[in-house]
Ligand binder design. Structure first.
Ligand code: 5GP
Ligand code: MN
Length: 332
């Protein structure tokens, strides 16, 4: 084994401190259909700013998913940006449309927008952009920011940050987890973040309706000769299972773990007129570029998009793009 030293820190743009310290009434907004990292990084930053004496409001179009609905403060999340804010911060958000309904350009386009994100596909839409694809979670960026600015982190902030870090790494099971990330986790636990409780509530607990939804979706599993494994979630399945939340609870990661597969896909029907595409891949195969070409984005190993069309229209088109992409990347 070779020994690799990973730096303890990720660089933070120094001008960010002054911009945040100059703000008095700050909205922190995260992406539509939020995941644990979206909610954790948003609430973590909001509370970090409040602990610095700021008025800070968490804003998200959609409610927190079941994985993190136990976090204190999730019920404080607003669906609109307060009209009197003087600074906007977006977090875990790779393009401006992912803010969804709350971001009214007429009303808020004149404000400074700080874009803090870890997606390689980020479109650099902010006034100031801190995009760090080496960060395993937007939460990891919140941690390094607090460290760089010498802002003390309360147990509450550490809990938000650790929760989001754990969700984006599926419980430290993604290929990007390294010594730096483990040192961050250790420090967050030392700050009081209850790692066992977070794991129990976030990973070892699913709504029964979700298990029923998996049972309905898995019989539709398809395996393509190119090493692409996929299934569908229809609106009828959601109604039958009772699981209406926009969240597959890790179904795509589960099918993508099949040996010999390069890419896993779940196609989720939305109101019969759009399809959400959720992509996972093995290290060495990048799905973020296909997602980006479809108007979405993400990370090399986890990406997604929402496209117009019915399942019958969208599935063959996306499979074709994925076949070409897999062939290019793995040869053959
Ligand atoms: P998931 O499959 O868990 O919904 O999403 C995986 C990754 O893809 C996440 O990092 C998420 O931010 C990104 N992603 C999913 N859907 C979209 C989308 O519609 N647009 C963009 N830009 N990114 C997406
Ligand atoms: Mn994230």
């Amino acid at each position: 084994m070779s020994h690799t030293h990973v730096s303890d820190t990720l660089p933070v743009p120094p001008e960010l401190k002054e911009i945040l310290e100059d703000g008095e009434n700050i909205a922190v907004i995260t992406h539509v259909a939020p995941d644990g990292d979206a909610i954790g990084s948003m609430l973590g930053l909001v509370h970090l700013l409040r602990e610095r004496g700021k008025v800070a409001t968490p804003v998200c179009q959609d409610p927190a998913p079941y994985q993190v609905n136990w976090l204190p403060g999730v019920h404080e999340i607003q669906h609109v940006i307060p009209p009197d804010v003087d600074l906007l911060v977006s977090i875990d958000l790779s393009d401006v449309d992912r803010m969804g309904e709350p971001y009214d350009r007429e009303a808020f386009g004149h404000l400074t927008l700080v874009n803090i994100d870890h997606h390689a596909t980020n479109t650099l839409f902010g006034t100031v952009n801190w995009v760090e694809p080496r960060a395993v979670a937007a939460c990891e960026m919140v941690y390094h920011m607090a460290q760089a600015f010498d802002w003390p982190m309360s147990t509450r902030v550490a809990t938000y940050v650790l929760t989001g870090l754990l969700t984006d790494t599926r419980g430290l099971r993604t290929a990007n987890v390294n010594a730096r990330v483990l040192r961050v986790v250790t420090h967050l636990v030392e700050l009081g973040a209850p790692i066992g409780e977070i794991t129990e509530l976030t990973f070892n607990r699913k709504p029964l309706s979700l298990i029923k939804l998996w049972a309905l979706a898995l019989p539709h599993l398809h395996v393509e000769p190119e090493g692409i494994i996929w299934t569908v979630i229809t609106e009828a399945m959601r109604r039958e299972s009772g699981h209406m939340e926009e969240n597959d609870g890790g179904l795509v990661s589960f099918i993508a773990s099949a040996e010999g597969m390069y890419v896993g896909v779940v196609f989720t029907e939305k109101e019969g007129t759009r399809v959400n595409i959720s992509l996972r891949s093995r290290p060495g195969v990048d799905v973020s570029q296909v997602a980006f070409a479809l108007g979405g984005g993400g990370h090399p190993q986890a990406a997604g998009a929402t496209v117009e069309g019915t399942l019958d229209e969208v599935i063959p088109r996306v499979l074709q793009l994925l076949r070409e992409s897999v062939r290019q990347q793995v040869g053959g």
